[in-house]
Ligand binder design. Structure first.
Ligand code: P6P
Length: 334
């Protein structure tokens, strides 16, 4: 049987042998992974843990929070605030940034996360996940402000997600490809199960919420119509469709077998560029996808190049198999 490599050993080798990350960043990733283990445990209890259903409160997005949204957020805050590797955190579930309390040592990293993405799937036992992104605090300044978080996705130093599905799987990049770790519940540790993940450049599978079709812009309608036309249409091949409505699950499928994921602008909210959040959904997923040989744009420009204007800003997302993303982008350019 192939030797099992734990997340810790893999990170130590990447730090010590290949110099891919600092000791502080390694500590951060290990702590986030441990927090995800805790979240996985709470998610897996479901109704037995009294954690399902609404928390009867709203987040900054105006969305009703689920009990597990708040639990996951608290687990990540409590796991990360004392370690000395962070200066501050930001979360989909919190209006402003969270400064590491003065009683703890201050670090050089900024951690952003969507603590539990896909909340609408919690109560129906469908895969959900945690998405995280790590930036460096700008050099040579004492405090931290929201402005310090507003860095383009190209400045991330680590990013990934943990999907709570039939397996609990951590997917990570530090800029040297994508590695996958599966939680061994008996040992309580993440074990390397794949690395140097590659997304096929072509696909026959698209992921989009079709119920919004009448609201899409013309280029998106054209692309989807051509997929639906199948082998007798301009694409000359039949397409399959998947829509799990948990970004982590749709992205994980694409990382595993290719595909294109789209959450485009639609005219229901013309002043919002899209539904998904740039800083802690689109940027980390875009980096993982690019590191696996895929592409990620907002329909027109590379997501990672977007200069954020606010912490919770939204963005249109087209990501996955490179040749498909490039086709959608070309249709927008016409
Ligand atoms: P819809 C989950 O709420 C989420 O933010 C993403 O994980 C997912 O891709 C999308 O929204 C689903 O949106 O409109 O299909 O429910």
């Amino acid at each position: 049987m192939a030797q099992r490599i734990s997340l810790t050993r893999w990170l130590v080798e990447k730090q010590r042998v290949q110099g891919h990350l600092s000791a502080e960043l390694r500590l951060l990733v290990e702590i986030v992974a441990r927090a995800c283990k805790g979240i996985s445990h709470a998610v897996n209890k479901g109704a037995l843990g009294g954690v399902l259903g609404s928390a009867e409160s709203e987040n900054v997005q105006g969305e009703v929070q689920k009990k597990l949204d708040i639990i996951a957020n608290e687990v990540l805050i409590e796991a990360n605030e004392w370690g000395g590797h962070l200066a501050a955190m930001a979360s989909e579930e919190m209006d402003g940034i969270y400064l590491v309390p003065n009683r703890y040592p201050q670090g050089e990293y900024l951690l952003l996360f969507d603590p539990l993405d896909g909340s609408s799937n919690i109560d129906v036992n469908v895969s959900i996940g945690t998405i995280f992104s790590v930036l460096k605090k700008p050099e040579g300044q004492a405090g931290v402000t929201e402005q310090d978080f507003l860095q383009p996705g190209t400045r991330q130093v680590a990013a990934g997600y943990c999907i709570y599905g039939p397996q609990t799987t951590l997917v990570l990049t530090t800029g040297h490809g994508v590695a996958v770790f599966t939680l061994d519940r008996e040992q309580g540790s993440f074990v390397l199960t794949d690395e140097n993940v590659r997304i096929p450049a072509d696909t026959k599978e698209f992921a989009i919420n079709m119920s919004n079709m009448r609201h899409w812009d013309e280029p998106v309608r054209r692309y989807i119509d051509e997929c639906l036309a199948g082998k007798d249409g301009p694409r000359g091949k039949d397409f399959n469709m998947r829509w799990i409505a948990s970004m982590v699950a749709d992205v994980h499928r694409i990382l595993t077998r290719g595909g294109v994921f789209m959450y485009p602008w639609d005219k229901r909210e013309p002043n919002k560029p899209g539904k998904l959040r740039l800083m802690y959904e689109a940027n980390p997923m875009a980096w993982v996808v690019e590191q696996a040989g895929g592409a990620a744009t907002n329909g027109r420009e590379r997501i990672l190049d977007i200069q954020p204007q606010s912490l919770h800003e939204r963005v249109s997302v087209v990501l996955g198999s490179k040749n498909e993303v490039e086709r959608v982008t070309a249709y927008h350019a016409k």
